[in-house]
Design a protein around this ligand. Structure first.
Ligand code: GDP
Ligand code: ZN
Length: 400
């Protein structure tokens, strides 16, 4: 094993879960014990690692990496074998659950019927956060003689939803891939509606190339003391964002939402308590999402059962509901991210005197002029200014 290979394997090892690491280390310890029993004379392996094994830890660690390398080599052989055979061995599907070294795939030809558990190569596992996400279209082999399906490749993505990776500064972590529509859910009251939050969600959605639909939920609370004036939604409608007023409790807007999502793959994002689960349940009862933290059908927390994160509705809608999607929040955005998101400003930028105009304080700014004359929404322009003033570091208003 050379240095480069070892570093790669170490990265794969580090990417594994605590439990998986423990299992692998146990496997390594077992193997070492067997080796020592078989050969009272030191084996070459033991000699190589023996120098550093005063505490025994390093030797076992090295053996663990070797076991990972063997698994990796098996993966390579499998790939070669396939390339010599007919394409029928390869099947395509959608990743519906991603674990540390495995993923669950829903084959395209028999949706929701059969789920296939696939093994990832150690190499793929180490780069998994960029390479594989729920919703990814994948090619896998399902060789029954081997009894273990393996992931072969991940197809290019049409769209994604990503957040900054907390463990790797400057890198993004894909939360979900290939969703057509991301439903941004806010509530008209309890919790109160913050347009600033909508702006941030829209930016995150647009950045990944998906279409955004905004649901203003709990519309039945329209007359509540803290209810927002629906006029705050006009700027979004004016830039072509579909805004749907909903209330799963009163059955309002559900048909409109179902129509907007028909035949599409979608995910629901928004702050906790706005009604994402209630909405998902209303358009697709099999989602059985926890309302207020408890599964409606089982009466228990949902994580007590393992199930697919992909739900099919009778309208041909696929809803992807994963812990990552559920907890998706809008984090730090760069000024460029913000600027790129205000698409309606673009036609007015030609007028700006300065090529690098930030459209905030510069003289002769086409964007500001357009906002002042009412050609652009004053509210959206103010939002833009506020976000740029935040330096991209501003946090959305936190609720509850
Ligand atoms: P989530 O955290 O976004 O998934 O929100 P939930 O679906 O769990 O809903 C949070 C709370 O809001 C629950 O108590 C729901 O019963 C309630 N809720 C959801 N939708 C509506 C609605 O349209 N009107 C009213 N009044 N309450 C709602
Ligand atoms: Zn300008």
């Amino acid at each position: 094993m050379n240095k480069h290979q070892k570093a790669k394997l170490q990265a794969a090892f580090d990417a594994m879960s605590k439990a998986e690491r423990a299992a692998l280390l146990k496997q390594a310890a077992d193997r070492r014990r067997k080796q020592q029993r078989k050969k009272p004379m030191r084996s070459r392996d033991d000699e190589v690692v023996g120098k550093r094994s005063a505490r025994g830890g390093d030797a076992i660690q090295d053996l663990a990496l070797r076991i990972l390398a063997e698994q990796s080599a098996q993966f390579g052989e499998q790939k070669q074998a396939i390339s010599h055979e007919t394409a029928s061995v390869e099947r395509s599907g959608i990743a519906v659950e991603v674990g540390r070294r495995r993923c669950t795939v829903e084959p395209v030809e028999r949706p929701a019927d059969e789920l296939v558990d696939c093994l990832l190569s150690p190499d793929m596992a180490s780069r998994q956060h960029e390479e594989l996400a729920v919703g990814d279209h994948v090619i896998f082999t399902d060789d029954s003689s081997e009894g273990q399906a393996r992931l072969v490749r991940v197809m290019p993505r049409k769209s994604f939803l990503a957040r900054p990776d907390p463990r790797r500064p400057g890198r993004m972590r894909v939360v979900v891939a290939n969703v057509d529509v991301i439903v941004v859910v806010v509530s008209i009251a309890s919790p109160p509606l913050h347009p600033r939050l909508i702006d941030r969600f829209l930016i995150a959605v647009e950045r990944g190339g998906a279409q955004a639909v905004v649901c203003v939920n709990k519309i039945d609370l329209r007359d509540a003391p803290d209810a927002a004036d629906m006029a705050v939604m006009d700027p979004y409608r004016s830039i072509g964002v579909q805004v749907i007023e909903t209330s799963p409790v009163k059955g309002i807007g559900i048909a409109e939402l179902q129509a907007a999502l028909a035949g599409k793959t979608c995910a629901f994002v928004g702050h906790s308590g706005v009604g994402k689960s209630s909405l998902a349940n209303a358009i697709c009862p099999t989602v059985d999402a926890e309302v207020g933290g408890v599964s409606e059908a089982s009466g228990r927390g949902r994580h007590t059962t393992t199930q697919s994160s992909m739900h099919h509705t009778s309208h041909g809608t696929r809803i992807i509901d994963t812990p990552g999607v559920r907890s998706f929040s809008v984090e730090d955005l760069s000024d460029d991210d913000i600027r790129a998101a205000f698409v309606e400003f673009e036609p007015h930028m030609d007028v700006c005197r300065f090529r690098d105009c930030t459209h905030t304080h510069e003289p002769a700014c086409g964007v500001r002029d357009a906002a002042e004359s009412g050609e652009l929404s004053q509210a959206r322009y103010e939002t833009y200014r506020r976000m740029i003033a935040d330096g991209g570091q501003g946090r959305p208003d936190r609720v509850g």
